[in-house]
Design a protein around this ligand. Structure first.
Ligand code: GLN
Length: 306
């Protein structure tokens, strides 16, 4: 009989019922924050907001919406991050497109943006910005958004990442001031910049397998893997940053937990002093601000040499 009739428009399920079932399925798969994720994914599936998921719990769920929601919940059960399922992540209060080609922007990386803005204040806004390992473009595009006369160059070794960064620049209305190139760290870059930012891969290879499935299975390995000791990218950066920073300019680099002493030493050997070490909201030293020249800063229990 069923085959002789068109598919029913409804599923017999309400918004509240679908949310309950999805939250239970996620909890059973040990997904943390199961209820919150279920709600965010239902809103994404319906292209609606809390006025529906919270405000209209008795509304029937259509078959197409229900199928899309089931697909999203199945992906989350396999630990794909919510931002990747939605294809969108908010960073610095701006919407970024996220695809499998790029690292999912993290809230702790906003510490890089905040530190750069603090240090640029005394130089006026007409800055040239370089973002090494730009990924989604989130660091540079957040800075361009805040500094309306600045220009930026974003570099990534992954052509697919550069395409995503360009799409983000266009979607955010920043494309006129943003250029992107494919290359390895500073190799392809000539010229000097007022602000250099980088969130390089910094996970020590032996620690990769211990990362959360959301990270190790979905972030590109090339954006995470910092080599045997996690410091490989900082060695490359120490080799090129001194010639890329304009007189009076600075660099802001993100760090993994506990790397501040070793990374500050590497840059000090290249003639760059860590003038500020900035903790993230969890209290981990997340960012070093580096300048050529003489300022000294005690990082951990080491004094960075001149
Ligand atoms: N912050 C990411 C994490 O720890 C790592 C990103 C990176 O290596 N730069 O999950």
């Amino acid at each position: 009989m069923a085959a002789a009739h068109p598919a029913p428009a409804g599923t017999g399920q309400t918004i509240a019922g679908a949310l309950r079932a999805a939250a239970a399925a996620l909890a059973k798969a040990a997904v943390p924050e199961a209820r919150r994720d279920a709600r965010v994914l239902l809103e994404a599936a319906l292209a609606a907001g809390p006025e529906v998921t919270v405000g209209d719990p008795g509304r029937p769920l259509g078959a197409t919406d229900a199928a899309r929601f089931r697909g999203f919940i199945e992906r989350r059960r396999r630990r794909e991050p919510v931002a990747r399922i939605r294809g969108r992540r908010e960073f610095w209060s701006l919407p970024f497109i996220v695809t499998p080609a790029v690292l999912d922007p993290r809230p702790e990386s906003e510490t890089v943006v905040a530190a750069a803005l603090r240090h640029v204040a005394d130089r006026g806004p007409r800055s040239a910005i370089l973002d090494l390992g730009t990924g989604s473009g989130c660091l540079m595009l957040a800075l361009l958004h805040e500094l309306p006369t600045a220009k930026g160059l974003g570099l990534d070794i992954s052509p697919a990442a550069v395409i995503v960064a360009r799409r983000n620049a266009e979607a955010l209305g920043l494309a006129r001031r943003a250029a992107f190139v494919v290359g390895s760290w500073g190799e392809a870059i000539a010229g000097r910049f007022d602000i250099v930012v980088a969130n390089p891969p910094y996970i020590a290879r032996p620690a990769m397998a211990g990362l959360a499935p959301e990270v190790v299975c979905y972030d590109p390995a090339i954006a995470l893997d910092g080599g045997a000791d996690g410091l490989m990218a900082y060695r490359a950066l120490a080799g090129c940053l001194p010639r890329l920073i304009r007189g009076g300019g600075f660099a802001v680099v993100e760090l993994g937990c506990g790397q501040e002493g070793a990374v500050a030493d590497l840059f000090a050997q290249a003639g760059l002093a860590a003038v500020e070490a900035v903790p993230d909201l969890a209290g981990h030293c997340r960012v070093l601000v580096l300048r050529a020249g003489s300022n000294q800063k005690k990082i951990g229990n080491r004094l960075i040499p001149d």
